[in-house]
Design a protein around this ligand. Structure first.
Ligand SMILES: Nc1nc2c([nH]c(=O)n2[C@@H]2O[C@H](COP(=O)(O)OP(=O)(O)OP(=O)(O)O)[C@@H](O)[C@H]2O)c(=O)[nH]1
Length: 134
């Protein structure tokens, strides 16, 4: 299973997180918005589709870039979590599927809040942002 995850950073360095709904796998944990890639869909197109469905925003493929791929296994269910950084979008993210959303300063995101596979994304992101500043 190939799962796209969008990393949206706002101009003041906050990242957008979505909470997994009750009754689903990893309910209550926070994740990067996204979802499963459909067959024959490119990663950039799947990411844009998921972000439109979940957040009602428009993302042009040129404004998204791969950040890290995390192969992960939750027991029997294995996935490739494909995180892309989204540099620009149209519209204001709002919850379209009932998920709670929050913007948190990147440095303030507790790893324990995140779905386990997402902790590697957070580390990659912190390293990338530190590299840009230095
Ligand atoms: N969207 C998303 N899914 C993630 C992240 N991290 C992570 O482990 N996952 C896992 O990836 C799998 C697919 O997520 P999903 O959002 O498409 O699917 P879902 O469980 O909501 O199911 P459904 O959309 O078929 O109802 C889930 O097992 C989810 O826990 C993440 O940052 N974003």
């Amino acid at each position: 299973m190939h799962v796209m995850a969008g990393v949206l950073l706002d101009p003041v360095g906050r990242v957008l997180l979505a909470q997994r709904p009750p009754g689903k796998h990893l309910a209550g944990m926070w994740e990067f918005p996204g979802g499963k890639l459909e067959p024959h869909e490119t990663p950039a197109a799947g990411l844009a589709r998921e972000l439109h469905e979940e957040l009602d925003i428009q993302v042009e493929p040129a404004h998204a870039a791969p950040l890290i791929q995390v192969p992960w296994s939750y027991g029997e269910h294995a996935l490739l979590l494909d995180a892309w950084r989204v540099g620009r979008w149209r519209g204001s993210p709002r919850s379209m599927e009932g998920q709670a959303l929050q913007w948190l300063r990147l440095q303030d995101v507790p790893e324990s809040l995140l779905a386990p596979a997402d902790r590697e994304i957070l580390r990659a992101l912190l390293a990338a942002v530190a590299g840009q500043v230095s």
